[in-house]
Every structure is written in C-alpha cells, then in structure tokens.
Design a protein around this ligand. Structure first.
Ligand code: PLP
Length: 360
C-alpha cells in the first residue's frame, strides 16, 4: 500500500490512525455486530457515540456550558442562509467583512433576507490580506457581525479577532477548526463544515451561545432553525451518524496528541518549514502578506504559468497531490491541515528545492 501526501483544500487528509480504527470497527462496532453506518440513530450505541463526540468537543475546545454544540447537515454553505434566517431579525441589519469567496457567498445569501452591509473588504488586492477594523466601523444596531476566520482559497487568517463590542460575532471556521485553541466566549456562534479538518464531508458543527436561540423568523424551514435542532440534541431527524463517529475518532486523536495547544505547535512547525522556504526561494513566492498568513492553506506561485503547470505535474508524479491553486488565484496551494504529517511538508519542500535547481 502506498498513500500519497494529499494537499487538497477539502475534502482533505484524515489521520491514518483514525482510518485504521474505523477499518477495524467497520464490521462490528464494539460488539454490536454491526457497522456504525448501519445502526439506528436512536440506538443506545449511537447515543453513546454522539454524546461522547459532544463531550470531547466541549473538552478539547473548552466550550462553556451556555453554548450548544450541534451536528447538522448541508455543509457550511447551508449555514450562509440559516444564519440570517435565525439571527437577522432584530434591526434586520448585519455587518459582513469580505475576505474571500466564502465570506462573499455568505454575504450574498444574507442580502436575500435583510440589510447586509459589507463593512470592509480585501477584494482590492485579491484577498491577500485581512482588512483592519475598529469597533466604530460596525453598526451598533446590527444583529450580528460575520467573519470568515480562515480563508481557505486565499490563505489568510485572523490572528486577532475583530472587536465588535456588544454586537454578536459569528465566524466560519471551516478550514481552521481544531487547528489551535480558540476563545469561544468571544463569539455568539462559530461553525464549520467537517471536511477540511474534522471528518469526511457531511456533518457541519455549529457552536451557538444559548441566548441567540429562539430568534428565528417564522418562515424559517424547520431543519434550519437552530432552536429546533438544539432542543432535539441534533436528533430532530437522522443525523450524519458515520461522520459524527469519525469526528469522535478525530477528537480522540487530537486529545492523544495533547489537545489544541499541541496541535497549534505542530501546525506552526509545519507552516514555518514551508513559509521559510518560500521566503528564501528565488522561484517560488507566497502570495499573502506575512502578518496574515494562514497555518492551514499556503498559496504560492512562480512567475510563469508553464512552470506552475510543470511543477504541479511533477509533484503529483512523486505523490504530492492536489497542489493546484484555486482558479481565482492560479499557481499552487498547499493545504496542510491537522492530519498532514510534518514529514509531508518536509518532503514537499525538499522536492521544491530540487525542482528549483533543475529549472533555473
Ligand atoms: C469549504 C468551505 C466552505 C464551504 O463548505 P461546504 O461544506 O462545501 O458548504 C465554507 N467556508 C469555508 C471557510 C470553507 O473552507
């Protein structure tokens, strides 16, 4: 068996230990005589799985008791609509910071339901930086402020959370979930699709402060009403059982490595190897301003499209796959989520050095 180093932005690598454990338990989950894929979501086995997943989530992310943890479906993109439906119901206004495609899509969706305002944007420089904001930039009447914490396509991240005063802050953390400690108390809601850093595509995890619940407009589809989901402990209908189970295995893996502080250290070490090389290379260059660089997604370019294409092709032949950048940025992007081993980044950089020598 030979496994590749998969630098995909998502779905992305899962830890090998997790895949092995899932394989081991595939035919018979803990003596139940069945796979988690086959069991009733109302069974005592699954009840144990979902409760333990939530418990681990709370422990590892240090989530206070006045927050709900929901396991939903529809991906992050469904929350783009659910958020305004649930929360844009006071003044009907909401402030969005536009830091890339995902923020833009969330903003467009909210604009269908109310008065969404783009407070700041980094579109002027192809989203290569995080626009600075101060408290007075935000409308005190806004029902919430919305940010995309880590910008998967462009490779930027908020190293400092915007100060929104008393206005509830909501963040899409899809591509930085569980990558480092996060102070949940600074947010009214954080959420993310699983397929970048948590589990296979299919479960979306929403962490919502309880006082935010019960504000949904009457026409909100039942499935998108966070209060309905919270009151039913994410079991209003059949949840994505298998994905929740894999989430549990991933959380156990993270805990075994020492939790989110250890994860952060590991991720910083990995990212540094790549950024240090990009800063010293004459051929490859990072595209993001150094102070806003993501630990998870690292876009880079050469100054020639042919060379980019040649690099991507030769890298794939060596087992470094999915390095092609997003079509709106071009060049390359290495997504180095939690499950990417340090060895994967070291070997990629060694190959980049070789490629630079051979082609200059
Ligand atoms: C991938 C991604 C999304 C879209 O997620 P889906 O689950 O496919 O809807 C949204 N936001 C961010 C930051 C992402 O990385």
């Amino acid at each position: 068996m030979s496994r590749v180093f998969n630098f995909s932005a998502g779905p992305s690598m899962l830890p090998e230990e997790v895949l092995k454990k899932a394989a081991e338990q595939m035919l018979d989950y803990e003596g139940s005589g069945q796979s988690v894929m086959e069991m009733s979501h109302r069974s005592k086995e699954f009840d144990g799985i979902i409760k333990e997943t939530e418990r681990l989530f709370r422990e590892i992310m240090n989530i206070p008791d006045n927050y709900k943890v929901l396991f939903l479906q529809g991906g992050a993109s469904t929350q783009f609509a659910a958020i305004p439906l649930n929360f844009m119901n006071g003044s009907g206004k909401a402030d969005y910071i536009i830091t890339g495609q995902w923020a833009k899509k969330a903003f467009a969706e909210a604009s269908k339901f109310g008065n969404a305002r783009a407070v700041a944007s980094s579109a002027d420089k192809t989203f290569t930086y995080i626009p600075k904001t101060v408290k007075s930039d935000f409308d005190p009447e806004a029902d919430y402020v919305y940010i995309c914490m880590n910008n998967t396509i462009y490779g930027t991240v908020y190293h400092e959370i915007p100060d929104t005063g008393d206005i509830p802050l909501i963040a899409d953390v899809s591509s930085c979930f569980l990558s480092e400690p996060l102070d949940v108390t600074k947010f009214a809601m954080v959420y993310g699709g699983a397929q970048k850093n948590v589990a296979p595509a299919g479960v979306t995890i929403c962490i919502i402060r309880e006082d935010m619940l019960g504000r949904a407009r009457e026409t909100t589809p039942t499935m998108l009403d966070y209060k309905v989901q919270a009151d039913a402990d994410s079991l209003y209908n059949t949840p994505p059982c298998w994905n929740i189970y894999i989430t549990k295995l991933v959380l156990e893996w993270i805990k075994g490595l020492g939790g989110l502080s250890a994860m952060k250290e590991r991720n910083e070490k990995k990212a540094k190897i790549l950024y240090d090389f990009l800063d010293s290379s004459k051929m490859f260059k990072g595209t993001v301003v150094p102070e806003d660089r993501s630990l998870m997604n690292v876009p880079f370019v050469t100054d020639s499209d042919e060379l980019n294409a040649k690099f991507i092709k030769e890298a794939a032949a060596k087992g470094f796959v999915n390095l092609k950048g997003h079509r709106t940025v071009g060049g390359m992007r290495a997504s180095i989520y939690n499950a990417m081993p340090i060895e994967g980044v070291e070997k990629l950089v060694a190959f980049m050095k070789e490629f630079e020598q051979a082609n200059s």
